[in-house]
Design a protein around this ligand. Structure first.
Ligand code: SF4
Ligand code: SF4
Length: 429
């Protein structure tokens, strides 16, 4: 049974036991990797290789060239054999196809010591290693640390609040040393007095591992309630700091980064290696053998489904967790540096009934929105009302649909409303 903790969040069933106690499976036997020329949803990427070029693990393949610089690297050694369009969250986009020679030769890779490097050198290192937020959108990490003025605390988000996902905790279990190296570098880049690592209550093994590895008294571990979406940074800050902010946490002296991002940074600092492989949870009720994999960036999801196998024909394939992920129409899309989960659920067709005006969706929306009113405004194409109701603030958490007793897909309607006004307003400019 689910327990309501307070408005704007909810305990939901985790289904974490499907993968939590299994060993992580290494998956690096792919004949070809397909490296997307994208960072998050941005496809403004300058290509740096040609068909026929030899590359190594960690070789530069291209870089984002719009507002941000984000390099993109090869995850294998071998030969570039094609540049082809494939499905990605951002649409049909170019991917660099590298034929794996299975030698895993490494490019020349520089390392850095957070104690001897200056703050500016660390930020530059983070930028050049292409470290991005590993918890979802893939936002470039160095951007958060460019201006440390007024920052007093870094919060490391190890909450992992979405159902089914256990990859973040597996990463911490295996790589706590890298986590602490990354944490100390983040503290130095932010010039912050304090670092707090937030973890969900009841995760004794991982909490003990982190507490034992704490480097000094300025870094601590705090437990937060097992509620969704506690891992969303606004909810987490509301809980830990009892504060609100308008746009970004730095307005109130905070920087938030995911624990896997800190691990990726620590690993890059000690080994020189950018994010070329990821721990990914492949789980869901439509899989015979859910598992966490340590997989090369650029591996097609179809390869992972061959391992986990489906237990039925009609499924919903989700890039991410079941609440915030995006459903995909094909399994040809690939693992990227910010993938943390692939979820495969049984397709359930539920008959929605009329809205009961119960207000539950509004009570639970962590962004403080009124989803039912946005849905109605969307249906009547009242775009001014959609704007007034701030559909743009929806974080696409899915909680309004989850709590709706009428089984209405409220979040889908709100997300469509959000996208419609974004596109109308873009065309107006
Ligand atoms: S999906 Fe959007 S509208 Fe629905 S609860 Fe989450 S933030 Fe609120
Ligand atoms: S939760 Fe569902 S039934 Fe209740 S007000 Fe929202 S849309 Fe209507």
């Amino acid at each position: 049974m689910s327990l309501i903790f307070s408005k704007m969040q909810k305990h939901i069933d985790g289904f974490k036991s499907l993968t939590a106690n299994k060993n992580v499976l290494d998956v690096n036997d792919v004949a070809q990797v397909f490296i997307p020329l994208a960072n998050g949803m941005s496809t403004a990427v300058e290509l740096k290789v040609n068909v026929g070029d030899r590359v190594k693990v960690g070789s530069l393949i291209g870089h984002r060239n719009d507002f941000f610089y984000v390099p993109i690297f090869s995850s294998v050694s071998g030969t570039v054999v094609a540049i082809e369009k494939r499905t990605h969250g951002a649409g049909q986009i170019d991917h660099v196809v590298v034929e794996n020679d299975f030698k895993f030769e490494q490019a020349e890779l520089d390392t850095i010591n957070y104690e001897t490097a200056s703050r500016e050198e660390l930020v530059e290192f983070v930028k050049n290693k292409g470290i991005v937020g590993c918890g979802g959108a893939g936002f470039p990490t160095y951007v958060k640390y460019q201006k440390p003025e007024g920052i007093n605390k870094v919060i490391i988000n190890a909450v992992e609040c979405e159902p089914f996902i256990t990859a973040d905790y597996k990463e911490i279990e295996d790589n706590v040393r890298y986590l602490m190296t990354g944490v100390l570098a983040m503290q130095k880049m932010a010039e912050a007095k304090e670092v707090v690592i937030a973890i969900k209550t009841g995760k004794k093994l991982v909490t003990d591992i982190m507490n034992k590895a704490l480097p000094n008294a300025s870094v601590s571990v705090v437990e937060v309630p097992d509620a969704y979406p506690m891992g969303w940074e606004r909810t987490l800050i509301r809980h830990l700091e009892k504060k609100e902010y308008e746009n970004i946490p730095s307005e109130i002296g905070l920087i938030v980064n995911n624990s896997t991002t800190a691990i990726s940074l620590g690993m890059a600092m000690e080994t020189g290696m950018p994010i070329v492989n990821k721990f990914v949870t492949v789980s869901g009720d439509a899989l015979k053998d859910p598992v966490n994999v340590n997989v090369l960036v650029g591996t097609p999801v179809s390869k992972l489904l061959e391992i986990t196998k489906l237990n039925r024909d009609e499924v919903v394939l989700i890039n991410g967790g079941p609440m915030m992920g995006n459903s995909m129409e094909t399994d040809e899309f690939v693992i990227t540096p910010n993938t943390n989960a692939i979820t495969v659920m049984a397709e359930v067709v539920t008959e929605a009934i009329s809205c009961l005006r119960c207000g539950s969706c509004s009570d639970h929306c962590p962004a403080g929105l009124q989803p039912v009113r946005i849905m109605e405004a969307y249906k009547s194409q009242d775009w001014d009302e959609v704007r007034k109701l701030r559909a743009d603030k929806c974080i696409e958490c899915g909680l309004c649909s989850y709590v709706c007793p009428s089984k209405i897909e409220v979040s889908n309607q709100v997300i469509l409303a959000k996208r419609t006004i974004a596109s109308l307003d873009k065309n107006r400019r």
